[in-house]
Design a protein around this ligand. Structure first.
Ligand SMILES: Cc1cc2nc3c(=O)[nH]c(=O)nc-3n(C[C@H](O)[C@H](O)[C@H](O)COP(=O)(O)O)c2cc1C
Length: 163
């Protein structure tokens, strides 16, 4: 199962989240992961991927324009794939990360993607719209665990859906 992790990161926080999610995906057998910045997409690997994660910083209470621009212009490439979202924000509790996640999710739906976070269904940590972290997750913090669980749960769901 090929998994693409596409992210935008100016100062490294979203990149760190992407790396943690990648580790979690790879902890499940028969997975292959490629991390890609939104500026440098491996289109062949993306085409072959069943799962695509999108990561963005919160910019003015929304996702970054770089991620939005990519999604605006590439809807057909994503159709039918399973999508999931992760967001970094600066302000604890109120920085707008949830809205940034929902903005990306709305784009994924328009692209014809299936979207999954696990929500409240699999207990703690609850992942409402995806994984959210304040800046970069510290080792073994709640934010770190959110990234791990998002990676694992979405990957297992993909094996379930695409068997
Ligand atoms: C233009 C701009 C707007 C931002 N707006 C917000 C915001 O609305 N809420 C917030 O919590 N953080 C905001 N931030 C902070 C970033 O979301 C945060 O530092 C994030 O961790 C950056 O991710 P990166 O290191 O991957 O680039 C903003 C940063 C920039 C540069």
């Amino acid at each position: 199962m090929k998994i693409s992790i596409i992210y935008h990161s100016e100062t490294g926080n979203v990149k760190k989240m992407a790396e943690i999610i990648s580790k979690a995906c790879l902890s499940i057998e028969n997975t292959e992961v490629e991390l890609m910045t939104v500026e440098r997409i491996n289109t062949k690997f993306l085409q072959e991927s069943k799962v695509v994660f999108f990561g963005s910083p919160t910019y003015c209470g929304n996702c970054s324009w770089q991620i939005k621009k990519y999604l605006d212009y590439h809807p057909k490439e994503l159709s039918g794939k399973l999508g999931a979202v992760f967001i970094s924000q600066n302000q604890l509790g109120g920085g707008g990360a949830s809205f940034a996640a929902i903005s990306i999710i709305s784009e994924l739906l328009v692209c014809g993607m299936l979207v999954y976070s696990s929500g409240i269904a699999e207990g703690n940590p609850i992942l409402h719209f995806g994984a959210i972290s304040q800046k970069a997750p510290a080792e073994n913090s709640l934010d770190y665990n959110r990234c791990i669980k998002l990676g694992e749960r979405v990957t297992l769901k993909a094996f379930d859906i695409f068997k």
